[in-house]
Ligand binder design. Structure first.
Ligand SMILES: [Zn+2]
Length: 428
């Protein structure tokens, strides 16, 4: 390739290497060659004065809807949205149509991503065939094909015996099992958080216990199987307490949160606006406070978007019938700045770690740092640039985003993948 790119005078934040200082980043042939004061000349130079220069952001929970629902999102459209949001790596969930459940399915995702050439696209495979919770999917073959974890996301694995078998099987490959914790017996036809608001609105509720009961059960299973386990989109005070105590007992358990569970509550559902219909549902203010406290304490391991695009025609259905999900990949970074940096829950280094190195460790990919000789995935951010979220500018095919019109900060200036500028705010 023989290319050189010099990023000058940015505030370089690389939590793994404990770097947070104004300096330069020199990229040669697609890899990080030097971080520090660089006196070399380069063919291409970016002046990053006043900007943050960080390892490329990683989102370990997105839904790109391909195969099966390409009208909502494709790997190409989702990848364009990803780089516009500063993400150089994403992990697709396997709840597509058909389900990602064997090595051919995994290879299909990788092939589509290669053709798109935007962001790195990884995928998790399903834990059970067709996510029915009965028969284990071909986890071994999927692992060999490059799946970075397993989940039946969208549903939790209901049968504890099946879940235990899955955990023991995954332990053989040292690959993470991720769970959408939801015990369906506490949810049935629920569409929002169970509580005062659901009663007022006359909508069937989803009890916090549904999440907590499955998480508690899984923690007991993890003790038996001793495998890495990841609790997806934790949303309740009780879940946080469970993760906190599991970590205290040194169990190999990690967890993630979403922007919506930090910024929105079940009161948002009062106008029956289906853009607020999401699973797990929006909870209460006190749950937001518990999540933020856990983030400040280091209990939370990853910040994700859970980007879940849907057609407008589907979201226009009544609240009971509309699908669950919020599309937020392009504004996730700004939402996290609003939720965590602005109120002082995290500093920049803490935020970047939760969006780079820590999720990289969970999914076992050699990314998320600016270490010498690593592939040069770099995001350049203008931290103070204010803008208004406008869904009509999304590269995503979907518009189901309740943050439309919000004033936020933190603009992605450039997204560099493998040393190549794949997104630039002023056009390529
Ligand atoms: Zn989920």
């Amino acid at each position: 390739m023989n290319s050189e790119l010099l990023i000058k005078n940015g505030r370089v934040i690389d939590p793994t290497n404990k770097v947070d200082k104004v300096c330069d980043v020199f990229i040669s042939d697609g890899n990080i060659a030097e971080v520090g004061k660089v006196d070399k000349e380069a063919k291409d130079v970016i002046d990053a004065t006043g900007k943050l220069v960080v390892p490329g952001l990683i989102d370990m929970h997105v839904h790109f809807r391909e195969p099966g629902d390409e009208e909502e999102e494709t790997i190409a459209s989702g990848s364009s949205a990803a780089v516009a949001g500063g993400f150089t790596s994403v992990v697709c969930m396997p709840n597509t149509n058909p389900t990602i459940e064997n090595e051919t399915d995994v290879e299909y995702i990788h092939r589509k991503a290669r053709q798109t050439r935007k962001t790195h696209v990884y995928t998790m495979g399903a834990i059970t065939k067709e996510r029915k919770g009965v028969e284990l999917a071909e986890m071994g073959f999927m692992s060999e094909a490059g799946a970075v974890g397993f989940t039946d996301d969208g549903d939790g694995v209901q049968d504890p015996a099946v879940m235990l078998r899955a955990l023991k099987y995954a332990a053989m490959f040292d690959i993470v099992i991720a769970q959408h914790c939801q015990d369906n017996s506490f949810v049935s036809d629920g569409v929002m958080n169970a509580g005062f608001q659901s009663t007022v609105l006359g909508l069937p509720g989803m009890d916090a216990l549904a999440e907590e009961a499955m998480l508690w059960r899984d923690i007991q299973l993890v003790k038996k199987a001793n495998v890495r386990y990841h609790s997806q989109h934790v949303s309740t005070t009780g879940s946080i307490e469970l993760v906190r105590s599991a970590k205290k007992n040194s169990l190999p358990i990690t967890c993630e949160v979403t922007p919506h569970h930090l910024l929105l509550t079940d009161e948002c559902c009062e106008d029956y606006d289906t853009n607020y219909k999401v699973s797990p549902p929006l909870r209460r203010q006190e749950d937001i406070e518990a999540l933020k406290a856990a983030i400040a304490d280091g209990i939370v391991d990853a910040l994700v978007s859970d980007h879940a695009p849907h057609l407008q025609s589907e979201k226009e259905l009544e609240f009971l019938a509309a699908p669950f999900g919020i599309a937020s990949l392009e504004c996730a970074l700004s939402l996290y700045i609003k939720a965590l940096i602005e109120p002082g829950v995290l500093d920049w280094s803490g935020l970047i770690a939760l969006m780079t190195s820590r999720p990289a460790n969970i999914i076992g990919v050699d990314k998320g740092t600016l270490s010498k000789d690593k592939q040069a995935d770099v995001t350049i951010i203008d931290p103070d640039a204010a803008y208004r979220i406008d869904v009509n500018k999304f590269r995503s095919k979907s518009r189901n985003c309740p943050y439309n019109g919000w004033e936020v900060k933190g603009k992605v200036e450039k997204t560099i993948v493998g040393g190549e500028i794949r997104y630039s705010a002023n056009g390529l």
